[in-house]
Design a binder for this molecule. Structure first.
Ligand code: LP5
Ligand code: MN
Length: 241
């Protein structure tokens, strides 16, 4: 039985093609797996677990059906769904993991995370992240009516879009030294993350020897899945059409 990893689907009602590919995956493929890990940015933006739009209910129902069929599902927040919390997980039967977790992947201890925290050279983003991760601010945001929350998000997104244009590609990738720090501090030689939308397998040298880092792909132009079993892991793609 396989263990599957996905990230950066950026699901939204504006991309029915991605949603259809995801729902197909959830109905036809994921039920054969033992475990499914969602490593963040499942949604284009998640404004709170109280947003029960028909679209969100469809996605929640897909997870509910999967967990009810016996597949263990885990979620790590991304930079776009850092407001997804325990209520969503309770409703769907998923388990919310901390931002960095070590799992046993067929006998190989593996650190899993969204990946945004590895981009330490992106100082403006890290400052923004620290701001929006403050619990008091999140609680305050949650008290605002949903339609105003949507407007705030859309305004901030527009403001940020202009800034992102001027960022160098390099600072938006992971900092190799930070990758090594995380691997060494968790005493592991395997890492899986998303966020950068640059699917690949990389090697790093750590004080425990050579380490492997797998980067998941986004779902903008195809479905991207990491399929693991006793023999190893493979990055695979699924057609959106
Ligand atoms: O996801 P991607 O790849 O497009 O870009 C990310 C980083 N961008 C983000 C922003 C989110 O996508 C959208 C955020 C909407 C936020 C709504 C606020 C809700 C308030 C909640 C309060 C609890 O994550 C991008 C990285 C990129 O990854 C690569 O790593 O570079 O980071 C940015 O572009 C951030 C800017 O550099 C800094 C922006 C400062 C804006 C200040 C607005 C303050 C808003 C405070 C809200 C109270
Ligand atoms: Mn991300």
């Amino acid at each position: 039985m396989t263990t599957l990893f996905i990230a950066d689907l950026h699901l939204s009602p504006l991309r029915p093609d991605i949603t259809a590919c995801f729902l197909r995956f959830m109905q036809e493929e994921a039920p054969m797996a033992k475990k499914l890990y969602v490593l963040g940015d499942l949604f284009e933006f998640w404004i709170g677990d109280d947003d029960n739009s028909p679209f969100n209910v469809t996605i929640k129902d897909a997870f509910k059906a999967l967990t009810a069929s016996g597949v263990a599902c885990y979620f790590i927040q991304g930079n776009r769904d850092f407001l997804l919390g325990q209520r969503f997980c309770k409703e769907t039967g998923m388990q919310l993991l901390p931002e960095t977790a070590v799992i046993d992947l067929y006998g190989t201890p593996t650190v899993i995370l969204h990946g945004d925290t590895l981009c330490t050279k992106d100082e403006k983003y890290q400052e923004f992240r620290r701001t929006v991760h403050q619990k008091w601010l999140q609680r305050l945001f949650h008290c605002i009516p949903l339609f105003i929350r949507k407007k705030i998000v859309s305004n901030v997104q527009n403001k940020i879009k202009q800034q992102k244009h001027f960022k160098q590609m390099e600072i938006m990738d992971v900092t190799p030294e930070e990758v090594v720090n995380v691997l060494e501090s968790h005493h592991v030689t395997h890492m899986i993350h998303g966020h950068t939308h640059r699917p690949n397998t990389h090697k790093h040298q750590t004080n425990q020897g050579s380490a492997t880092r797998i980067v998941l792909g986004d779902w903008y132009t195809q479905g991207s899945i990491l399929v693991c079993n006793e023999n190893g892991c493979e990055l695979q793609q699924r057609s959106l059409g």
